[in-house]
Design a protein around this ligand. Structure first.
Ligand code: SAM
Length: 273
């Protein structure tokens, strides 16, 4: 079963909010991590009650992240901006990238204090990776942060990751301007990696899920296939386009595998041309 949290060390992290469930820590719980609190586990269990696929969705998303980063490194990308990077788990972006290119650089961005603290701890002694605690909806702050300026050279291609994070950015938050700001910073040959939770094939569940999450203070925007395609405006999608996570250059499906749409997550990778 899933492990329970290591509450004491977590409480010591400045700025941590233990009164409300938090997306990063609920996702950590779904992935069997131990950087979560009782409130996160309670709300996550309510989410899994309406969405029993939750943990499988998280694993499938994580597997997509791995394949997409490997793809980018194989395309020559040696620097990454990982927006909404989460609490470190198995197979983090710098670990995936640095296996193939030890000089690959990664800047992680998350606004959640537990995610930031654990990422900093993990990166100690790694000069090629750093953490920026910031809101991804504020591209100016992310791009002006010292680790970003020190590690990333936007005059060369960069891999920009927005993996399982854009559902926390609503249209009213100004997602289009945000996307344009990151795109405007990138040079030709850069790649954009996106995955996005959706309820396209289970519309009835969508409302129940949003209600559970709203109670915990987390607003979620589900986008459909066209909405996720629109995230790539100004970029050229690489094959196979916007597909369910297991379908993006994944292994040949086994007969017992769940249907691809059970991933409840659209994804794609695109190049700036
Ligand atoms: N990208 C990782 C992955 O796919 O495995 C983690 C995804 S997790 C579902 C979403 C992460 O986005 C959480 O760690 C959460 O704290 C972060 N997040 C949500 N809204 C954010 C915002 N406005 N600014 C920065 N991070 C945010």
């Amino acid at each position: 079963g899933r492990k329970s949290g290591s509450e004491f060390s977590l409480h010591a992290i400045p700025g941590v909010d233990v009164q409300h469930a938090n997306a990063a820590r609920m996702y950590d719980y779904a992935l069997n991590g131990d950087h979560n609190f009782k409130i996160d586990r309670e709300v996550a269990d309510q989410v899994f009650a309406v969405m029993p696929s939750g943990p499988a969705v998280a694993r499938s998303n994580r597997a997509f992240l791995r394949r997409a980063v490997e793809f980018c490194v194989d395309e020559g990308i040696d620097q990454f901006l990982d927006l909404g990077s989460g609490i470190p788990t198995r197979g983090n972006t710098h670990e995936i990238a640095q296996v193939r290119n030890p000089d690959a650089r990664v800047v992680y961005v998350d606004n959640e204090p537990v995610a930031a603290a654990h990422t900093r701890q993990l990166l100690q002694g790694n000069p090629n990776a750093a953490m920026v605690q910031a809101d991804v909806r504020d591209p100016a702050a992310v791009l002006a942060a010292e680790p970003t300026r020190e590690l990333l050279d936007f005059s060369r291609p960069v891999g920009v990751l927005m993996v399982a994070v854009l559902h926390y950015v609503s249209d009213a938050d100004g997602i289009e301007d945000m996307l344009a700001a990151y795109r405007g910073q990138c040079s030709r040959g850069s790649f954009l990696v996106v995955s996005h939770t959706t309820q396209d094939h289970v519309p009835d569940k969508a409302r129940a899920l949003r209600e559970v999450l709203a109670k915990s203070g987390t607003e979620v925007t589900h986008r459909d296939h066209a909405g996720v395609r629109a995230v790539f405006d100004g970029w050229r999608l690489v094959e196979p386009g916007v597909v369910w996570t297991p379908q993006w250059r994944g292994p040949q499906p086994e007969p017992d595998d769940p249907a691809p749409e059970e991933s409840e997550t659209w994804c794609g990778v695109a190049e700036l041309i």
